[in-house]
Design a protein around this ligand. Structure first.
Ligand SMILES: Nc1ncnc2c1ncn2[C@@H]1O[C@H](COP(=O)(O)OP(=O)(O)O)[C@@H](O)[C@H]1O
Ligand SMILES: O=P(O)(O)OC[C@H]1O[C@](O)(COP(=O)(O)O)[C@@H](O)[C@@H]1O
Ligand SMILES: [Mg+2]
Length: 511
């Protein structure tokens, strides 16, 4: 199937030979097209023609490379001693994952679907032809080394691919550093270490220099591990590769300690970070409890979203107040933070607070607007600021002596090695990334959607950042467990309720 057979905004069914090689034998009707922004879409109609849904599809080599450049081969896993015994080992080409799994009266008509991740019957690379590279970009996260190790070992053990290199120091390493060879031996045991053996960086994304380097080195599978910024870079690399007509599979593996990547259930390393945060909260609790009017303040990561702070608070049970960027708070007056602290000290003699790094930034007077090398806004240290505000407040009250201890474990929670469950998660991500690349898919990311690993197009991952929804049940559960104020006035509550009504109307209109 030639790329030109995809027509803009006009779904058309296809049943060429190449198409059936690509999709296997199927009874469903699959109509592919690209929308105005060149995003792959597929309309799938079931056997009985009643069931129809829109698949948020990912690109495949057959979409843009001429068929005489492509040859499909049987998946070598057929002959693998471990995998060949598995019943139904290959993913059926008709298998998709629903983004919304809560059934309602319009359940079949609305929502998005993604391709189920996993090994395909046909692959578009011979093992000896593959030259893969791996790069890590952006901030650290527990599990980076595990993903690296599992890509190297997965390629080696499952597909007998031996030519894998590491790009050092993030995107800029493509054009400024030599590669290092990665073998199962060289990555042995790295999952027990925090950080990334390849190094990482912010900034330095130069699409044409990166693609020149990929072309020059003869690399044909690119595995890029990074957050939202990185995935925007991966999308640009894929676009350039497609324009140049290269048979190079570009795969993004989503990483972020902040867990703010949409669509996927959770990012790797997040569980580990929450576990590590407990140690800081426990210490803050012990200090606060052991001192008269003890106040423990813990600052956790979360540039624009408060998932780490929220989950660490929910897991702990010892936190009296959790402050996140999504929920504005104020210090003075009725319903304010100072009033609540005074209440906690009076009632229980101590209190523990968790604050996300991006919370309360609007309260801190700033004279500069600083950015990091990737263009991310740099925040003021809200933990130190808040500790000072609390200290000054009680000083002003004269007769109340407080004992405030400020703990800042921000970098500690992301520098640790991944825990057992994150290691298993990282392995699945790595293996599914490999299966997708070997099957000829490109320009995609991978991750769990409602518990099933799926291939997700870049634009779904980068179009927005996940935020804590302060009107949903999880935040309500937190408010009820801490007993903290909502910091909302009646006018704001009214606005939230109006927004909710509008949202419900819009959702109904989409269906
Ligand atoms: N819009 C973008 N387009 C291309 N590359 C980007 C973009 N945003 C960030 N990058 C690159 O991605 C890398 C990591 O981005 P950063 O925001 O620091 O971390 P993360 O990917 O973890 O969010 C950096 O090398 C940066 O130059
Ligand atoms: O000091 P660094 O390395 O820039 O990292 C700090 C930032 O990294 C983060 O963990 C997010 O990083 P990523 O976007 O790279 O995932 C933020 O919470 C924090 O603001
Ligand atoms: Mg980011």
């Amino acid at each position: 199937m030639e790329y030109s057979s995809f027509s803009s905004f006009s779904p058309s069914s296809s049943s060429s030979d190449d198409d059936s090689i690509f999709r296997g034998i199927t009874h469903c009707l699959w109509c592919h097209w690209f929308d105005d922004d060149f995003k792959a879409k597929t309309m799938v109609t079931g056997d009985d023609h009643h069931f129809q849904f829109l698949l948020d599809d990912i690109p495949h080599f057959t979409h843009y490379l001429p068929s005489h450049h492509l040859k499909a081969h049987s998946n070598p896993l057929h002959n693998h001693p471990a995998y060949s015994t598995v019943d139904q080992y290959y993913v059926d080409v008709d298998d998709v994952v629903a983004q919304n799994i809560v059934a309602g009266k319009n359940a079949q008509k609305c929502g998005r679907y993604f391709r189920l991740a996993g090994p395909r019957q046909k692959v578009f690379f011979e093992p000896q032809e593959v030259h893969a590279c791996i790069v890590t970009c952006g901030g650290l996260c527990p599990g980076l080394n595990t993903v690296i190790r599992e890509i190297v070992c997965g390629l080696h053990h499952m597909y007998r691919v031996h030519n894998v290199v590491g790009i050092q120091g993030g995107y800029k390493g493509f054009y400024s550093k030599n590669t290092i060879s990665l073998t199962p031996k060289s990555v042995n045991g790295i999952h027990k270490r925090g950080g990334t053996i390849l190094g990482t960086s912010r900034g330095g994304h130069n699409t044409s220099k990166i693609v020149d380097s990929i072309q020059h080195r003869g690399i044909n599978q690119v595995y890029i591990i990074g957050g939202d910024g990185t995935q925007k870079g991966v999308a640009a690399i894929y676009e350039e590769i497609r324009k140049r007509g290269l048979k190079v599979s570009v795969v993004g593996i989503p990483k972020t300690i902040d867990n703010d990547i949409p669509v996927i259930d959770k990012s790797f390393g997040f569980d580990t970070a929450i576990e590590e945060a407990q140690r800081a909260i426990d210490a803050a609790h012990v200090e606060a409890e052991s001192n008269e009017n003890g106040i423990g303040v813990v600052r956790l990561m979360g540039r624009n979203s408060g998932f780490i702070a929220m989950h660490a608070t929910l897991a702990s049970g010892d936190v009296d107040c959790c402050l996140i960027p999504e929920s504005h708070f104020y210090l003075e007056g009725e319903g304010g933070l100072f009033e609540y602290i005074e209440h906690c000290l009076k009632e229980q003699g101590h209190m523990v607070m968790v604050i996300a790094e991006g919370a309360g930034q609007e309260l801190i007077s700033k004279d500069k607007n600083q950015m990091d090398a990737s263009g991310n806004k740099l925040h003021e240290d809200v933990g130190s600021w808040l500790s000072q505000q609390i200290t000054d407040h009680f000083k002003g009250k004269g007769n109340i002596l407080i004992n405030l201890k400020y703990i800042d474990p921000t970098y500690m929670i992301r520098a640790v090695p991944s825990n057992a469950s994150d290691n298993i998660y990282c392995t699945l991500l790595a293996h599914n990334a490999i299966h997708g690349a070997m099957a000829g898919y490109t320009g995609f990311t991978v991750g769990p959607v409602n518990g099933e690993h799926a291939y997700v197009p870049f634009h779904r991952i980068t179009e927005r950042q996940n935020k804590v929804v302060t009107t949903d049940r999880t935040w309500a559960r937190l408010l009820s467990s801490t007993n903290q104020p909502t910091f909302l006035n009646p006018k704001q509550v009214d606005m939230i309720n109006k927004d909710k009504k509008n949202f419900t109307r819009q959702s109904e209109a989409i269906c």
